[in-house]
Ligand binder design. Sequence first.
Ligand SMILES: Cc1cc2nc3c(=O)[nH]c(=O)nc-3n(C[C@H](O)[C@H](O)[C@H](O)COP(=O)(O)OP(=O)(O)OC[C@H]3O[C@@H](n4cnc5c(N)ncnc54)[C@H](O)[C@@H]3O)c2cc1C
Ligand SMILES: NC(=O)c1ccc[n+]([C@@H]2O[C@H](COP(=O)([O-])OP(=O)(O)OC[C@H]3O[C@@H](n4cnc5c(N)ncnc54)[C@H](OP(=O)(O)O)[C@@H]3O)[C@@H](O)[C@H]2O)c1
Length: 309
Amino acid sequence: MTPAELAALRQKHYNATVAWLHKPNSDLMILRIRPDFPVPQHKPGQYSTLGMGHWEPRAPDCQEEAPKPEDEYKLIRRAYSISCSVLDEHGQLFDMPATGWLEFYIVLVRHSDQGPPALTPRLFTLTEGARLFLGEKIAGHFTLDPVKPGDTVLFLSTGTGEAPHNYMLWELLRRAHTGKVLAACCVRYRRDLGYTPIHDELMRRHPNYTYLSLTTREPTNAGQKVYIQDLITSGQLEERLGHTLDPATTHVYLCGNPKMIGVPTVDKTTGAKVYPQPPGVVEILERRQFQLDQHSLKLKGNIHVEEYW
Ligand SMILES: Cc1cc2nc3c(=O)[nH]c(=O)nc-3n(C[C@H](O)[C@H](O)[C@H](O)COP(=O)(O)OP(=O)(O)OC[C@H]3O[C@@H](n4cnc5c(N)ncnc54)[C@H](O)[C@@H]3O)c2cc1C
Ligand SMILES: NC(=O)c1ccc[n+]([C@@H]2O[C@H](COP(=O)([O-])OP(=O)(O)OC[C@H]3O[C@@H](n4cnc5c(N)ncnc54)[C@H](OP(=O)(O)O)[C@@H]3O)[C@@H](O)[C@H]2O)c1
């Protein structure tokens, strides 16, 4: 492809600019994207779409892609939850959406058993000022709509699954939420926790806020891996919260690895609920009188889920 063709494709498809970019480690990125259009109306917890062309280069050391001529001019798009760093450089709550940008928190998928990951190897070549595609629609039912001011709110995540929770946390602080808020995030290594200093600062400021981080692959984890599910079954989560989990006054938000979440399927012949094994958080909480919120079935509940894959 000639430089002129490349420029024309970018001009045609791209409608946003990288306003700011930070890499907590080489495979993890927090980036702020400024659209050419006004930031669409949205609620914390929702997701948008990012895209880059097949014609763009890929980061090194990622699974090789077999070139397909029919894909060469196509835009690759993926859903991304909107994140938030909560506090600006003066330590004040960000004035969202007046900033004019949206924040995203993205992990580089170097390899996938389903075939070469298409978008993240390209997103990880971006630098400040670079252009890309941002969807004009922001959507999703993973929001704080059902939460009342005194409710307990649990945000449980793996990896970049804390992205929508961080924006919802910003919203709870903005609303001066009086109930307890506990966020827990499970990652492979400590370096995979991109927002730790912000959570530490928020805990100092807000006695009703607790952030727990779990790692699973540090040398200290050998033989004693603790998953999000174990936090609940061991009673540690309630200990940190200071009270037992009451389904009448608690909303639980789950985001990240589908195995941590464990959404049940329905057996077509018996109609029975079938939970994936080993148990995810949904099964553990449903056994304790919580109920999965299922928007597509119009079933309201207090367990809210966003699955990444
Ligand atoms: C509603 C929604 C919101 C999302 N929000 C985010 C987000 O905020 N941050 C983010 O990094 N990703 C998010 N994702 C995942 C994202 O859409 C892409 O799938 C991901 O970035 C990988 O894209 P890819 O083209 O490189 O690889 P793909 O071919 O899309 O995925 C390859 C494989 O990578 C694994 N994978 C995908 N996403 C992740 C992830 N986040 N963490 C660990 N493994 C993963 C899965 O095994 C998947 O099969 C979200 C997905 C959905 C549906
Ligand atoms: N994180 C890295 O250092 C790294 C480096 C290079 C590439 N990548 C790639 O990036 C992608 C995302 O990696 P990621 O680490 O962000 O996400 P991830 O693989 O989903 O892991 C996030 C956390 O979820 C835990 N987890 C796994 N199975 C679980 C289950 N059944 N129940 C509860 N928790 C469970 C993981 O523990 P386990 O330790 O048990 O898996 C880990 O602590 C992957 O494709 C990976 O190949 C990651």
